[in-house]
Design a binder for this molecule. Structure first.
Ligand code: NDP
Length: 383
């Protein structure tokens, strides 16, 4: 029996992970499950999976969690530090699936334990790239990529030499607004932006997918996970989301990983790694799909990938600023405060300001993040 902790258990990745655990109940012991404020749902999951510990990030929800867990014998805790303590509890596998930079502290604590981390929380790696990869090396931790593209690349790299890679291609569905004009994009509503054609995901990543910032964040994520050089990473729009990414080698061979648009496939690859496990996903029906198409990204209508590439090229604090500005702008869009096209415009404006020096440790990353959030929030205030 292996042990597992899931940070962000009440989210979309959390639900897909728990679905797989539920189908293989005898193989896993659940250590910690966390959420932010969905205390009742967290308590329900903690009871179902007989977790040792349940933690809410928002301390004001701890009373509700305690009440919902009364008599179960499951420990309850709340607050930022409690999330980090939960992440630091020994577990064979930690699934890092908190959304946003809020997941950075807990993910770093799991890395410091030197264990295996299935990383979905891309914002943490984008913000703290060098600091996080240095911690992974220092503590002998293993990062398994959950993101379908990075999981695909990880699989395509197995058994090959990194030095033989000539190019890595990240595929992008292009999101629900892929064919919209700039004028139409300016009027896109949150409901339209989160209505992803292929994937069922949380609200923040769905908006990122619509702006293509998701692919920009993934480019930075790939740069850290697979350091072959930024010039060897490219993005290709592939609306069917069947080819999840590709690795091209110097002899002209391209290896791709294909699969259904169901996050349980890459999650299962992490849960079973280095083995394989069954999933309930339907086999890929390529004859039914019929056609796979590929297009170059349009960075005029969707400038986010350009902004992310420039931030990655600059390095230092730029990726953390990009991520923080994007998180604030996406939240403002979802709250109906700004137009869809303003998301990337605000990120660009924030990046145009003076930047703090490159972060050298976790605290530095947190302070770059906080400063960029404050700056972006200021820009959103009516003049
Ligand atoms: P969701 O919004 O569905 O879930 C987010 C989870 O994080 C919830 O458990 C939520 O708790 C918790 N959470 C939110 N804010 C905080 C906070 N401030 N402190 C502690 N916990 C918090 O997100 P997704 O599952 O869609 O995405 C999770 C991560 O995985 C993101 O980084 C995303 O980019 C990445 N990812 C997601 C994919 C997908 O298909 N969904 C695909 C690839 C990557 P609560 O429910 O209480 O709010």
């Amino acid at each position: 029996m292996r042990s597992i902790s899931i940070l962000g258990a009440t989210g979309s990745i959390g639900a897909s992970t728990l679905d797989l655990i539920r189908r293989n109940r005898g193989e896993w012991r659940v250590v910690a499950l966390t959420a932010n404020c969905q205390a009742r749902e967290l308590a329900r999951l903690a009871r179902e999976f007989d977790a040792e510990l349940a933690v809410v990030g928002d301390e004001s929800c701890l009373g509700e969690l305690r009440e919902a867990l009364a008599g179960s014998g499951i420990e309850a805790a709340g607050g930022r530090e409690a999330l980090c303590e939960a992440a630091g509890r020994p577990a064979d596998l930690t699934v890092a699936a908190i959304v946003g930079c809020a997941g950075l502290g807990p993910t770093m604590r799991a890395i410091e334990q030197g264990g295996t981390i299935a990383l979905a929380n891309k914002e943490a790696l984008v913000s703290a790239g060098d600091v996080m990869t240095a911690a992974v090396a220092h503590h002998g931790a293993t990062l398994l990529p959950v993101d379908s593209e990075h999981n695909a690349i990880f699989q395509c790299l197995q058994g090959n030499k990194r030095s033989d890679v000539s190019r890595i291609t990240l595929t992008a569905s292009g999101g629900p607004l892929r064919l919209w004009s700039l004028d139409e994009l300016a009027r896109a509503t949150p409901a339209q932006a989160v209505a992803h054609p292929n994937w069922d995901m949380g609200a923040k990543i769905s908006v990122d997918s619509a702006t293509m910032m998701n692919k920009g964040l993934e480019l930075i994520e790939a740069h850290h996970l697979f350091p072959v050089g930024l010039d060897r990473l490219r993005i290709l729009v592939h609306p069917q989301s069947v080819v999840h990414s590709m690795v091209e080698y110097r002899d002209g061979s391209t290896l791709a990983q294909l699969g259904p648009s169901d996050m349980r496939v890459p999650i299962a690859s992490c849960l079973a790694w280095p083995e394989r496990m069954d999933t309930p996903c339907l086999p890929l029906d390529l004859a039914g799909i019929g056609e796979l198409t590929f297009f170059a990204p349009d960075e005029v209508r969707f400038p986010a990938t350009r902004l992310a590439r420039e931030a990655a090229e600059e390095g230092g604090s730029a990726p953390a600023v990009l991520n923080a500005a994007n998180e604030v702008a996406v939240a403002a869009f979802l709250a109906g405060q700004i137009a869809f096209t303003q998301i990337s415009a605000i990120v660009a404006q924030t990046l145009n300001r003076d930047r703090p020096p490159a972060p050298a440790c976790l605290e530095d990353v947190m302070s770059v993040d906080a400063e960029a959030r404050a700056l972006t929030a200021e820009m959103l205030e009516p003049a």
